[in-house]
Each structure stands twice: as structure tokens, then as C-alpha cells.
Write a protein that binds this ligand. Structure first.
Ligand code: FAS
Ligand code: PHB
Length: 425
């Protein structure tokens, strides 16, 4: 008799535990704001693309949930882009993100190309009426997170095993694991903002997408140092030893890069070796002014040109690095992500607010039209300024002749300037 009572009690206890676990799961969803696990736009990826899309859509009254694999600290710890086109600045301002950008961003009226001791000023503002703004991607992302917090939008960090389901149907959904529990998020549309290594692009069957790629036989070794910038404007240097780049984040924080072989280990380079090699790639009068110091960040970025077409598959849309990668020589990566967001946000608001699907039907072609021109510019800047292993003396001369022509032709400099400041949206 007694054992039966104990058995009955243990069954009741097990049922109670299961019930509380279910409530806890629903509450955990509530805490993540999944609001009954349904939203209008599911955004995969909480980098610049995903956060800016969430910002603009929520401002228009469209509900989103951002699913991000990494922690916020990890996302904010990435040191990446530094140069914003005027279209990017305008889009960020329109999204309510202009305050700190306008206070702390540096407007640059030009940039420099150099070839040995030949210095070629590219007077962007004088040639096109517009310049660029130096403001690190880290700061853009920080501003986006703060703005998203203020709006109370839903960003779920630490998601794993994201799977996009029914993208070609009328009721797509996203499955993901959070703290060991499997979740489902129903939505009207999915935005793949999860970068080059994300799941979104790979959700599109291989026979439904066409990929275009050029992998460069070198990478960039980048150093961030608490030193005053050597040049008041970004400097791209061609030299017989390879490419070098001098940039900055502010008057006390500089960002430098040198071209290195593919697979270079950043830890194999001491700071002194880095400063020595950079100096050898700059004009002498610039190298003589270089203020060196300890690196606060040192990393190697591979260089590739990549586009995946189309950017749409049913109710799934690809945005930013999930769809394309440019070599950073043209400072286009982040800026292209922003123009993708500009186009897609406009299209989704139209579709969800007015039922007008013209924008989403035209998103892929419209974005690709701008993407390909930025792809060409980034490829041309990379080809012009980098030494290719095994290049013939003829090819090296072609690069130098291009730079020499730029130094003498305002027309050639205007063409470069028009692309560097960013082509119209
Ligand atoms: P991102 O890659 O920035 O963000 C994608 C987000 O999705 C990440 O936070 C990732 O954690 C998340 N994610 C990935 N898979 C996921 C999954 N399965 N589930 C959920 N979340 C997932 N551009 C320049 O203009 N100048 C530069 O100097 C420059 N340097 C760069 C250096 C490096 C090493 C890299 C990788 C890129 C660099 N770029 C540069 C380009 C860079 O700035 C990108 O263009 C920009 O980050 C694009 O932003 P997103 O499209 O948001 O992609
Ligand atoms: C940077 O400041 O990190 C930077 C600037 C210009 C580029 C690439 C990177 O083209």
C-alpha cells in the first residue's frame, strides 16, 4: 500500500516538474520577447546588416526578431570597416543614429594613393561634391545596439543550429536552439543577415543560385594602435614590397594594414616587424613621420570578391556579407550592406504595410545592380595596388602606369572618386 502512495506521489511530482519546465520555456521566450514565437520579419544575424534592418523596420512599425549566434560582446569586439560613404551616413542619420556619428566621425575631403615616393591626392569633395566619413564599424554597431535597446526590440543572442523552413511557402518559420531547448519562430519574411559563413545563403538550393568568386592570393595583416595617425586622410600605398594602408579611428587611434601571404599567422609578426615593414611600403617622408606603438589588436583578413545571385528565394532575402564579399581595398563591404538594407527595408515596409509587393519582387535586381559596380571598383583598386605573386615585370608596370595616369589626369581621379564616395542608391 505504502509503495503505491509513494509511486503516486512521484508521478504527481514528475508531472509538476514537466509543467513548470513548460512554463519556464514559455517565460524564457517571453523574456526574449518572442511574443508567442511569431513575428513579421525574422532576421538571422545581429551584425550591422541585421541590426540596421531591425532598426528601420521597427521605426516603421514592423515587428522583428533578431537571432544572433554570438554574444553582444563578441559582435562588438570585431575590428572591421572604418570608412562610411555619404549614403551610409544619410541612412544612419535617417534611422536616428546620427548623433554620435556626427560628433565623433571625421569627415574626410579626400584620400591618398602613393606609389613609392609618388603621392597622388584624390580630392573627393572637390571632384564630386562629397567626401567620406571615418567612423569605425564597431561604433556603428554599438550605436545600433543602444538604439535597439531603447526601442525595446527583440535580439536573441547565443542561438545555435538555426534552420530556415518553408522559405518558398507563404508561412516560413525559423527553428533554433537556445540554452539547449529547441524553438520555432513563425514569421512572414526572413532576412538573411548572417554574413559569409551563415546559413541563409546555403538555404537556397545550389541549383537555384549562381556564385561568382575571386579569391586573392594574399591577405591583410591589420594593426590597431593607440598612436596618432600618420596621415590626416586614408592612404593606400603601392610598393615593390606590397600594399600598405594607413587609416585611423580618431586622433589617438590608428589603423594600419600590410599585404601578407595567404594563411599568415598574425602572431608570427612582432609589432616592431610590422612597423618596419609598413615603413618600407610608404613614401619616405610619410615613413619618417610614422609614430609607432604597441598594437591593441592584430589580425589577418583574407581577401575575396564574391557574389551569390539571386538575393531572394521565396520569402527569404539575403543582405550584406551573406550575399557578397568585397576586398576591403575599396572600403565597400559595410557600405554595400547598408544599401542592401535600405532597399530591403523599403520593400518589406511596402509589402507589410500596404500589401504592395513590387519592392520585394524587385529587391534582388535593384541591389545587385549597385553590388556589381562596387564589386568592380573594389576589384580594380585591389588589382592596381597589390603585388601579385609571380606577376611579370610587365604586369607590375601596368599597375604603375595606372597610378601614373591617375597622378596626371583629373578625369581618371574623378572616376575613382565617384566610386570611392559611393555610387547613388
Ligand atoms: P557580419 O558578418 O558583420 O555579421 C553577420 C552576423 O551574423 C555576425 O554577428 C554573426 O555572428 C552572425 N551569424 C553568422 N552565422 C549565424 C547563424 N547561423 N545564426 C545566427 N547568427 C549568425 N569592410 C570594409 O568596408 N572595410 C574593412 O576594412 C573591412 N574589414 C573586414 C575584416 C574582416 C575580418 C571581415 C570578416 C570583414 C571586413 N569588412 C570590411 C567587411 C565587413 O565590414 C562587412 O561588410 C560587414 O561586417 C557586413 O555586415 P553584415 O552583413 O552584418 O555581416
Ligand atoms: C579602415 O580604416 O579599417 C579601412 C579604411 C579604408 C579601407 C579599408 C579599411 O579601404
Amino acid at each position: 500500500m505504502r509503495s503505491t502512495a509513494i509511486e503516486w506521489q512521484s508521478r504527481r511530482f514528475a508531472a509538476w516538474v514537466a509543467f513548470t519546465e513548460r512554463i519556464a520555456l514559455l517565460c524564457s521566450h517571453k523574456q526574449t520577447g518572442d511574443a508567442g514565437m511569431r513575428t513579421q520579419v525574422a532576421i538571422i544575424g545581429g551584425g550591422p546588416s541585421g541590426l540596421l534592418l531591425s532598426q528601420i523596420l521597427n521605426q516603421a512599425g514592423v515587428e522583428t526578431v533578431v537571432l544572433e549566434r554570438a554574444t553582444r560582446e563578441h559582435v562588438l569586439g570585431r575590428i572591421r570597416a572604418g570608412v562610411l560613404e555619404s549614403g551610409t551616413v544619410a541612412t544612419l542619420r535617417a534611422a536616428g543614429l546620427g548623433d554620435r556619428l556626427d560628433r565623433e566621425g571625421f569627415y574626410h575631403e579626400g584620400c591618398f594613393l602613393t606609389d613609392g615616393d609618388l603621392s597622388i591626392p584624390i580630392e573627393l569633395d572637390k571632384l564630386t561634391g562629397r567626401g567620406v566619413t571615418v567612423y569605425g564599424q564597431t561604433e556603428v554597431t554599438r550605436d545600433l545596439y543602444e538604439a535597439q535597446d531603447a526601442m525595446g526590440t527583440t535580439i536573441v543572442h547565443g542561438v545555435e543550429d538555426v534552420v530556415i523552413q518553408e522559405a518558398t511557402g507563404t508561412a516560413p518559420f525559423v527553428e533554433y536552439t537556445l540554452k539547449g531547448a529547441r524553438h520555432r519562430l513563425d514569421c512572414d519574411y526572413v532576412a538573411g543577415c548572417d554574413g559569409f559563413h551563415g546559413v541563409s545563403r546555403k538555404t537556397i538550393p545550389e541549383d537555384k543560385r549562381q556564385e561568382f568568386e575571386r579569391v586573392y592570393p594574399f591577405g591583410w595583416l591589420g594593426v590597431l594602435s593607440k598612436t596618432p595617425p600618420v596621415s590626416h586622410e586614408v592612404m593606400y600605398s603601392n610598393s615593390p614590397r606590397g600594399f600598405g594602408l594607413c587609416s585611423m579611428r580618431n586622433a589617438e587611434l590608428s589603423r594600419y594594414y600590410i599585404q601578407v601571404p595567404v594563411g599568415t599567422d598574425p602572431n608570427a609578426w612582432s609589432d616592431d616587424q610590422f612597423w618596419e615593414e609598413l615603413s618600407l611600403r610608404l613614401p619616405k617622408e610619410t615613413a619618417d613621420r610614422l609614430v609607432t606603438g604597441p598594437s591593441v589588436e592584430k589580425s589577418v583578413a583574407p581577401l575575396r570578391s564574391f557574389v551569390s545571385e539571386p538575393l531572394r528565394w521565396g520569402r527569404l532575402f539575403l543582405v550584406g556579407d551573406a550575399a557578397h564579399i568585397v576586398p576591403p581595398t575599396g572600403a565597400k563591404g559595410l557600405n554595400l550592406a547598408v544599401s542592401d538594407v535600405y532597399y530591403l527595408s523599403e520593400a518589406l515596409i511596402d509589402a507589410l504595410k500596404s500589401g504592395n509587393e513590387t519592392g520585394i519582387d524587385g529587391y534582388s535586381d535593384r541591389a545587385l545592380n549597385r553590388i556589381w559596380k562596387a564589386m568592380r571598383f573594389s576589384w580594380s583598386m585591389t588589382t592596381m595596388l597589390h603585388q601579385f605573386e609571380g606577376e611579370s615585370p610587365f604586369e607590375a608596370q601596368m599597375r604603375r602606369a595606372t597610378l601614373n595616369h591617375l597622378s596626371r589626369s583629373e578625369t581618371a581621379r574623378k572616376d575613382l572618386a565617384e566610386n570611392y564616395i559611393g555610387l547613388p542608391y
